[in-house]
Design a protein around this ligand. Structure first.
Ligand SMILES: Nc1ncnc2c1ncn2[C@@H]1O[C@H](COP(=O)(O)OP(=O)(O)OP(=O)(O)O)[C@@H](O)[C@H]1O
Length: 721
């Protein structure tokens, strides 16, 4: 009876929650509708609007459409909506290179369609899926995903049966993931062509090599005709009803499956962007950026936010500090400045702050890496300041590792950056390099597949059943040597069997949203029964730096004192664990605790999010010893467990081990390169038998970051296992 009663109460509770949600949905509906109607006016002005019939016809005609069009012409937001009615029985997937774009586009398209976004309501038609954050509903019809997430989905459902159409957006970025996706999709198109559920593919970009992509899929059949935003075809957009219904008779089912490719080009951009260059190259780009930002701020009328493209987190944070100091001295004659950073390691909510309007009489200045370069529209931005540089991942053969190097961007990237202005009104793009400098940039981005470690890509291919990776249909085949190296690494990790087939461990690693090395660490930790602790550390490694940078001597002393209790003599990994555990067990005021310890509260919140997601994923994969998941949250590990934690890391990072040499330097096992412990490490200045590190960075010299002391005999032990 008691059970029944509580069951009843639970059901009543559920019913009332469902009813409440329905009521809330209904209460919001007029709002959503008003917003939709208002946005419809804006959408009608987009250059792509008048091309909807062409685009639908092209999709109907062939399985593949390659669509090019200026930045801001409306590709990412409009094409999925144009096609929605053609695919009544399946979803549309839209891939993006980065999560910030996937989320903001999902929100925008949901607003344009007058539907709630993501998991906020079971009726929501638009959702998104990015690493560590999935937000969809049972009614999702259009799903924005990062390329990596679609690849993950492909492992679970190789036929991608839930999708009738895949849109691969911003293909010019040529990440490894996009190249892999195109190869898989080419194979899948052929397979599904024979089935009752054929697949359609649309590949889009403003700056990609259209011919090369269309040749990859097949011979091209151009259907393009010159068209500008002024050529609006009145019939097509005459009323809201025609937009809603799309019941034109060519719609459903009328497909002509073949392996030909349609090409469509949308001409015209909505608003002009004035581009300026420096007369002379600059020596100090941060200082030049600072001056330019203030020149715009003090000289240009409000409103008008500024988006600045920088190289990475460190340069962003130093410019942010300078800007904020100077902004304090501005007289009341000028508006206030609100400086917002944007880089990949920032937590999702912190990234989303850039989309919120600035307070009254305040100009937003967003300091971003290239993650805001494509696809995003930051409302309010009129001015783009481009330093012309980015951090690029490059595989260094000698040391067998990826490292990040600061390099000039490509012309295509520069045009994408410029394209972030002129989206809501006329804009300006301030290029902090000369016009000759621009001409000297490479035309397109070098495909990542030609310059980075391929182990993650190859593991994904193996997990998807591609055994003969050397003969995979790559858009640009990577060098054979790089492939062989990656296969060797996977073999070392135990992710492949001797015959090259994926192992059970490999399958487990491939399903985790982590690099093969970190994934292998997790699987090893499960065996060594220290999974909860290792997840805490991996969570910290997946977010921005947890320990705040301190630059003055005084701040350094203060930090040293405050953090003393957290520091572990074994190095950074166990120190991070101590920090997460102390933060998680702080029950009164976590923010104050973080401030007192000069720890980033934002990073810690992000790490807690990642920890939650990773725990759930490991539980699903039965990696915890029992069903219950991690037992205790915050118990400091014993000495033996601490060793096991580090051994788990050694298993995944065997190639990142260096031993102490008689001259006091550390030399890598592979490549015999000298590597110094980074000043940010708790091991900085210490001499230990050997070190293991997560990252290799090359600035003034070669540094190891994320470092712990290890014993050389562990290597044998770990390899033996
Ligand atoms: N979040 C937003 N807020 C305000 N306006 C937006 C937003 N998202 C899109 N828009 C408007 O819609 C237009 C089209 O955006 P969309 O992303 O579809 O263009 P695109 O052709 O894909 O551009 P790109 O190649 O630069 O990604 C923008 O120029 C802007 O006017």
């Amino acid at each position: 009876m008691g059970l029944l009663q509580s069951e009843n109460t639970r059901m009543n509770g559920e019913m009332s929650t469902a009813t409440k949600r329905k009521r809330e949905d209904e209460a919001h509906r007029p709002d959503l509708n008003t917003k939709r109607k208002k946005l419809l006016e804006t959408r009608r002005q987009l250059p792509i609007w008048s091309r909807q019939k062409d685009i639908r016809a092209a999709v109907r005609e062939h399985d593949v459409l390659v669509l090019s069009g200026e930045t801001g012409s409306g590709k990412s937001t409009q094409v999925p909506q144009f096609l929605l009615d053609m695919f009544k029985n399946g979803k549309i997937a839209v891939t993006q290179p980065r999560r910030v774009a996937a989320i903001s586009l999902a929100r925008r398209v949901a607003d344009e369609m007058g539907t709630p976004c993501g998991s906020s309501s079971p009726a929501s038609k638009v959702g998104y899926s990015v690493r560590f954050d999935q937000s969809t509903s049972p009614s999702t019809r259009i799903k924005f995903l990062t390329e990596g997430m679609l690849l993950q989905e492909m492992l679970r459902d190789p036929q991608m049966s839930q999708y009738s159409c895949v849109i691969v957006d911003e293909v010019h970025e040529r990440s490894v993931n996009v190249d892999l996706l195109l190869g898989f999709l080419k194979q899948l198109l052929a397979e599904r062509r024979q089935s009752k559920n054929p697949l359609k593919l649309i590949v889009m970009s403003a700056t990609a090599d259209i011919e090369m992509i269309s040749n990859f899929f097949s011979k091209a059949h151009p259907i393009s005709r010159g068209h500008t935003s002024a050529d609006t075809d009145a019939d097509e957009v005459s009323s809201e009803a025609s937009w809603q219904g799309f019941s034109d008779d060519e719609a459903d089912g009328a497909v002509s499956p073949d392996n030909k490719v349609s090409i469509c080009h949308v001409e015209g951009r909505q608003y002009p962007v004035k581009t300026t260059y420096l007369a002379q190259p600059t020596e100090d780009v941060i200082d030049t950026a600072l001056q330019r930002i203030f020149k715009i701020h003090c000289g240009e009328p409000m409103p008008g936010d500024i988006l600045v493209f920088m190289t990475g987190q460190e340069t962003i944070q130093s410019l942010q500090k300078l800007l904020e100091e100077l902004a304090e001295n501005l007289t009341r004659d000028y508006p206030k400045l609100l400086v917002l950073p944007l880089f990949a390691a920032l937590s999702q909510p912190a990234q989303q702050r850039i989309f919120e309007p600035a307070p009254p009489n305040t100009r937003k200045v967003i300091l971003s890496t290239n993650i805001a370069e494509t696809s995003v529209t930051v409302p309010g931005v009129r001015f783009v300041v481009d330093t012309g540089k980015a951090k690029i991942k490059k595989f260094r053969n000698q040391i067998g590792l990826d490292s990040l190097l600061v390099k000039p961007i490509s012309q295509s990237s520069a045009d994408q950056r410029r394209g972030r202005a002129g989206r809501e009104t006329a804009g300006q793009c301030h290029r902090l390099y000369t016009e000759d400098g621009f001409q000297a940039f490479e035309k397109d981005n070098t495909p990542e597949i030609l310059r980075c470690d391929l182990s993650e890509a190859l593991l994904k291919m193996k997990a998807r059943g591609v055994d003969d990776v050397l003969n995979f249909p790559f858009l640009t085949p990577p060098p054979r040597e790089a492939m062989e190296k990656a296969l060797m690494q996977l073999l070392q990790l135990g992710a492949l069997e001797e015959d090259g087939k994926i192992s059970k461990i490999g399958q487990q690693v491939a399903r985790l949203p982590l690099t093969p090395s970190l994934g292998r660490v997790i699987v090893e930790a499960a065996t060594l029964e220290c999974l909860a602790e290792v997840i805490d550390i991996v969570a910290c490694l997946s977010v921005e730096s947890v320990f705040l940078n301190v630059d003055t001597e005084e701040a350094k002393e203060k930090a040293q004192e405050a953090r003393q209790r957290l520091f572990r003599r074994q190095g950074d990994h166990l120190t991070l664990l101590a920090a997460v555990q102390a933060y998680a067990s702080e029950s009164s005021d976590r923010r104050r605790w973080a401030d007192d310890h000069l720890i980033s509260h934002r990073a810690m919140k992000g790490a807690m999010d990642v920890r939650k997601q990773l725990r759930a994923q490991c539980k699903m994969a039965n990696l915890f010893p029992d069903d219950s998941g991690p037992e205790s949250d915050n118990e400091p590990p014993s000495e033996a467990k601490s060793d096991d934690i580090l051994k788990a890391f050694v298993r995944g990072f065997m190639n990142n081990v260096a031993r102490l040499c008689p001259d006091g330097s550390y030399k890598t096992f592979i490549g015999n390169q000298t590597v110094a412990i980074h000043p940010s490490s708790v091991l900085f200045g210490r001499k230990v038998e050997a070190i293991m590190y997560n990252e290799f960075v090359y600035t003034s010299k070669a540094y190891a970051r994320g470092v712990s002391a290890i014993q050389l005999r562990w290597l044998e032990e770990v390899l033996g296992s």
